[in-house]
Write a protein that binds this ligand. Structure first.
Ligand code: MG
Length: 410
C-alpha cells in the first residue's frame, strides 16, 4: 500500500492570537484569555509572550497575574473563535474533502495523492500557512505535522511551535518516536501514564519493548493499541467532518455557584442535568445503559462512580433514578463544587443523514465555550443566549463531552 500523507494542523496559542489579531494594541504583549469571573477562572489561552514568562494554560488567573502583573487579561469571545475557525477550515477544504475537525484549533487532513494537483503535502502546508496569513490575519500562525498517520502527524505538529512544519516519513518513524515522551501521545493521559509507570514503563521505548500480550492482558483491546502507538503506528482514518464518528457517551456537568455539602442541592442539580442528558439522547436517537456520576470536591479532587442498568434508557427521570442511587450508596463527604453525569454504552436507533455544517458550528462553539469556562460556568447566560436554548441561569454551565482520537472520553 502506498504511504498515506496525513497532515495535522494546530493553530498556535489560538484564542490569544485571535485576540491579538483583532486588537493591534495586544500584539507583542503577554495576553491571557479566560472567563469573566477573575476570581474563579483559569488561563484558557496564553499568548507566546505570556508563555515566555512562565504562564501555562490551565493556571489560575490569579496565579498568572501574580507571575505577570503586566499581562493583558481578555474575556474569551467564543463567537469570534468559531468564526475564525470556520474561515481556516474553508481554506483547508480547498485541498482535500478528507478533513477532520479535531477541535476548535486543530484539524487532520488526508492529502494522500495530491502531488499532481497541488505539489504534495509540503507544498500544501506552505500554501495553507501563507493563505492563513494573507486571508485571515498576519498574527495567526499554525504548526503543521505531516506523517503517514494521524498519531505521528499530531506528535510532529507539536514539535515546532510556533509556525512549525515537521515532516516524518515512514522510514523516519522509529527515530522520531525516540524523541517522544509517553505523555505526548494523544491517547495516553495522566491516568494511563500512572498505570504504565506501575508496570515499569516510563518511556516510549520501554512501551515498545513490553510484551504485547501482557499489555492486552492488562488493558484489554486498548493494550494492543498501546503497543501500536509505541511504534508510531495508527491505522485510524481521517474522519471527514461530514461523517462524524458516533458518540460514545453523552453527559453534562455543572459547577455550582458556591460549594455545598447539601445532598438535596446536589440532587436538584443532578436532576436537571439528567433531564438534559435525556433530551439530548432522544434528540440524537441514542439510548444508553451505563450511568456515570462525577463529583468534584472543593479541594479539586474528582470522584467518579458508574452503574450499568439492565435496560437502555433515554428518559431523564430514569437516568436520575440511577444516578440518585449512586449518590445514596456513596457515602461521600466534603464540600461539592461540581456535579456531572453521563450516559454511555450507547446504542443508536437510527441516524438521520450526515452531520450538517450547522451542527459542526454548534460543536465548535460548545467547545470554545467549554474551554473558556474550564468548569467554572462563567458563560452560563451567554451560552444560553448563543445556543438559543431555554437554559435557566442557575442551571447553566453545561458541558458536552467530546471524544479524543480513539473515541474515549477525555
Ligand atoms: Mg493549538
Amino acid at each position: 500500500m502506498n504511504e498515506r500523507r496525513i497532515m495535522h494542523i494546530d493553530m498556535n496559542a489560538y484564542f490569544a492570537t485571535v485576540e491579538q489579531q483583532a486588537d493591534p494594541a495586544l500584539r507583542g504583549k503577554p495576553v491571557l484569555v479566560g472567563g469573566s469571573n477573575l476570581e474563579r477562572t483559569v488561563v484558557t489561552a496564553a499568548s507566546y509572550e505570556a508563555k515566555a514568562l512562565g504562564i501555562t494554560n490551565g493556571m489560575s488567573m490569579q496565579d498568572a497575574l501574580r507571575l505577570c502583573p503586566q499581562a493583558k487579561v481578555v474575556v474569551g469571545q467564543p463567537e469570534r473563535y468559531v468564526e475564525t475557525t470556520s474561515r481556516f477550515l474553508r481554506i483547508f477544504q480547498d485541498y482535500t474533502p478528507d478533513l477532520e475537525v479535531f477541535s476548535i484549533d486543530e484539524a487532520f487532513l488526508d492529502v494522500t495523492g495530491t502531488e499532481e494537483r497541488f505539489g504534495g503535502a509540503v507544498a500544501i502546508a506552505r500554501k495553507i500557512k501563507e493563505r492563513i496569513r494573507k486571508e485571515i490575519g498576519e498574527v495567526l500562525t499554525c504548526s503543521i505535522g505531516i506523517a503517514p498517520n494521524k498519531l505521528v502527524a499530531k506528535l510532529a505538529s507539536d514539535k515546532q511551535k510556533p509556525d512549525g512544519l515537521v515532516v516524518v516519513t515512514e522510514s523516519g518513524i522509529p527515530a522520531f518516536m525516540k524523541t517522544v515522551a509517553l505523555s505526548d501521545i494523544c491517547g495516553i493521559g495522566p491516568r494511563m501514564e500512572r498505570h504504565l509507570l506501575n508496570l515499569g514503563i516510563d518511556t516510549v521505548d520501554k512501551l515498545a519493548r513490553y510484551p504485547e500480550d501482557r499489555l492486552v492482558r492488562r488493558f484489554g483491546k486498548y493494550g494492543a493499541l498501546l503497543h501500536f502507538m509505541a511504534f508510531g503506528r495508527d491505522d485510524s482514518p481521517v474522519h471527514p467532518y461530514w461523517q462524524s464518528p458516533p458518540y460514545r457517551s453523552m453527559g453534562h456537568h455543572y459547577t455550582l455557584p458556591s460549594n455545598t455539602h447539601s445532598l438535596e442541592e446536589v440532587k436538584n442539580v443532578l436532576f436537571k442535568l439528567c433531564e438534559k442528558v435525556g433530551r439530548r439522547l432522544r434528540a440524537d436517537h441514542y439510548m444508553g445503559s451505563t450511568v456515570s456520576l462525577t463529583l468534584r470536591r472543593s479541594d479539586m479532587e474528582y470522584f467518579h462512580k458508574q452503574h450499568t442498568a439492565r435496560d437502555y434508557m433515554d428518559d431523564g427521570l430514569l437516568i436520575f433514578q440511577e444516578a440518585s442511587r449512586i449518590v445514596d450508596n456513596w457515602g461521600w463527604c466534603g464540600d461539592i463544587r461540581m456535579v456531572g453525569v453521563s450516559v454511555s454504552n450507547l446504542v443508536h436507533q437510527y441516524r438521520q443523514g450526515s452531520l450538517l455544517p450547522k451542527e459542526i458550528k454548534r460543536m465548535l462553539l460548545l467547545e470554545a465555550v467549554d474551554r473558556i469556562n474550564e468548569h467554572f460556568g462563567d458563560f452560563t447566560v451567554r451560552r444560553a443566549r448563543i445556543l438559543n436554548t431555554p437554559l435557566k441561569v442557575h442551571v447553566g454551565g453545561y458541558v458536552e463531552n467530546k471524544t479524543d482520537l480513539y473515541g474515549r472520553l477525555e
